[in-house]
Write a protein that binds this ligand. Structure first.
Ligand SMILES: *Cc1c(COP(=O)(O)O)cnc(C)c1O
Length: 372
């Protein structure tokens, strides 16, 4: 029987959350939007479906024009993927090989580690401070100009920074991203993953300015703020030479005609997206405020989710199970090295109020147990 290549046989599949036993369970595990997509995008899907006999536009011309206009960037530098995960895989296939190192942040997004394994490479972690990315630790780990240590002669092929971060929800100022870039070797590609960029009220645009240097890319997705996780559309802004190389490894007809049509219209409907983001942020801040009042040390979130640290892993697991029994599926964070934390995607105001009520009850029960 055929066997997989050794580096594939040795790796585990990407850890998506297990589906809830109860199909009526409210899913707050994957940072999906609590809001439907723009009604204009839904209407565009029906129009596009009539052309589904034809292959889609392999160059995403209309979608790229919309993105370029809205963000004030060059359409030629935009590459679209089947979610930004597709672009992350593509970057690894293009630039990373067996034995290479790539650096990410301690509690950074998990997918780059899987993408590294897919090409026989390894992802090293740089420590965070207070659930926040530490630029100097990243630079040191990557063995750049200011870096010490192991990889100095052979700097990391890529450095991954998710800003704002998943699963922490925290962010660093763009000036820190610029400072990180200046500390990295020119041969290291800096990948700034802004999957939650639309939720961040600082000027996210300045990360796009770094792309002109030729050694930095910015990734975005329509899965979060635009409420299109099921459509699978991500995009990135790349230096032209990086974009040209990347496109060679990608499926040349990757986005369906329906995906392109919905995404273009959703991107042009900025007022709807802004409305969704504002509503989500309001529910998030109310939820975080209630949890802080109960004594949970909630990091400040600039995303559509909240990280909830518990005293220890076993309490965390018990609460997770109790929430599931009550119909709410949060995401355990063991895979991220945070077994004492749960991540709660921001759902509707009513759902979050119910989750906060449940946490309040568990907290009270726990106090009674402790004093009993
Ligand atoms: C959700 C997410 C993505 C990608 O999602 P796609 O649905 O593949 O576009 C990428 N990075 C981070 C940090 C995310 O949280």
């Amino acid at each position: 029987m055929i066997t997989a290549r050794p580096h594939v046989a040795a790796m585990a599949a990407y850890p998506l959350p297990a589906p809830a036993d109860d199909p009526l369970c409210v899913g707050l595990a994957q940072n999906e939007s609590a809001f439907p997509p723009s009604p204009l995008a839904i209407a565009a899907a029906e129009r596009a479906a009539r052309n589904a006999a034809l292959y889609p536009d392999a160059g995403w011309v209309d979608l790229r024009a919309a993105l370029a206009e809205v963000h004030g960037i060059d359409a030629n530098g935009i590459v679209c993927g089947v979610g930004s995960m597709d672009l992350i895989s593509g970057l690894f296939q293009t630039f990373v090989g067996p034995g290479d190192t790539v650096v990410g942040s301690q509690y950074g997004y998990l997918f780059p580690a899987t993408a590294a394994q897919q090409v026989g490479a390894q992802l090293l972690h740089a420590d965070e401070r207070n659930f926040t990315v530490d630029v100097d630790a990243l630079a040191a780990r990557a063995g750049g100009d200011a870096g010490v240590a192991a990889t100095e002669k052979n700097p990391a092929r890529m450095v991954f920074v998710c800003n704002p971060g998943n699963p922490t929800g925290t962010r660093i100022p763009n000036a820190e991203i610029v400072r990180l870039r200046s500390q990295l070797d020119d041969r290291t590609l800096l990948v700034v993953d802004q999957a939650y960029g639309e939720f961040d009220d600082q000027d996210q645009q300045s990360a796009f300015d770094l792309v002109a240097r030729g050694d930095t890319v910015v990734l975005r997705t329509l899965s979060k703020a635009y409420g299109l996780a099921g459509l699978r559309v991500g995009w990135g802004y790349f230096p032209l030479r990086v974009a040209d190389e990347l496109r060679k490894v990608m499926n040349p007809n990757n986005l369906s005609c329906i995906a392109q049509a919905m995404a273009e219209v959703a991107v042009r409907d900025q007022s709807y997206m802004r409305h969704v983001v504002a509503q989500t942020a309001a529910v998030r801040d109310e939820f975080a405020k209630r949890l802080r009042a109960m004594g949970y040390p909630i990091p400040e979130s600039h995303t559509n989710f909240v990280l909830i640290p518990f005293e220890d892993a076993s309490l965390c697991q018990r609460v997770d199970r109790a929430l599931q029994d009550a119909g709410f599926m949060l995401r355990g964070m063991s895979g991220y090295g945070l077994p004492h934390c749960l991540r709660a995607t921001v759902g509707t105001a009513e759902q979050m109020s119910d989750v906060a009520d449940l946490l309040e009850t568990f907290r009270a029960d726990q106090q009674t147990e402790l004093t009993a």
